[in-house]
Design a protein around this ligand. Structure first.
Ligand SMILES: [Zn+2]
Length: 138
C-alpha cells in the first residue's frame, strides 16, 4: 500500500527518512539540511503533528526557503524558544489523525537521491520547496 499521507510507493517513506537521519547525524555535509528534512517530512505526515506543530513546521520551512535564513540561525531560534519556554504548544498529535487532508504531492522523500552530499542537499531543498508551495496552497 502506498503511504496514505505522502503517497510514497509501498510506504517506503518511513524507512527512507530513518536512513537519511543516520546519514545526517554521521556526516555534516548531509547534516547541513537536517532541519529541512525533518520539517518537510513532518509537513507531509501531518498525523504525527498537532495543528500548531504543523503550522510551526511550515513556518520554519518558509524561513529557510523564502527568507533564506541559515540552518544554524534557525536551529538557534528553535533552541532559544524551547529553552525560554516560549513554545508552549505540543508538537505531537494527540489523536494520530492527519491535520491536513492531502495525499498527493509532486515530490516525496523518495525523490531525494543520496549518492553524495551535493546531490543530497540539492534534492532535499527541491523537495522542501515543492512541499512548501503545495502546503501553502492548502
Ligand atoms: Zn509517507
Amino acid at each position: 500500500m502506498n503511504c496514505p499521507e505522502c503517497g510514497a510507493f509501498e510506504t517506503l517513506c518511513k524507512a527512507r527518512f530513518d536512513e537519511f537521519l543516520v546519514f545526517e547525524f554521521s556526516d555534516m555535509g548531509y547534516g547541513a539540511v537536517h532541519n529541512l528534512t525533518v520539517a518537510t517530512y513532518m509537513i507531509q505526515h501531518s498525523s504525527k503533528m498537532s495543528i500548531e506543530g504543523w503550522l510551526y513546521e511550515r513556518d520554519l520551512l518558509r524561513e529557510f526557503i523564502v527568507e533564506k535564513k541559515s540552518p544554524s540561525l534557525i536551529r538557534q531560534q528553535v533552541k532559544d524558544a524551547v529553552d525560554s519556554g516560549k513554545r508552549t504548544f505540543k508538537f505531537k498529535s494527540k489523536d494520530g489523525l492527519p491535520v491536513i487532508n492531502k495525499s498527493t504531492w509532486t515530490k516525496t522523500i523518495l525523490d531525494v537521491r543520496a549518492e553524495n552530499r551535493e546531490v543530497y542537499c540539492a534534492d532535499v531543498i527541491a523537495w522542501a520547496r515543492a512541499v512548501l508551495e503545495e502546503a501553502t496552497a492548502i
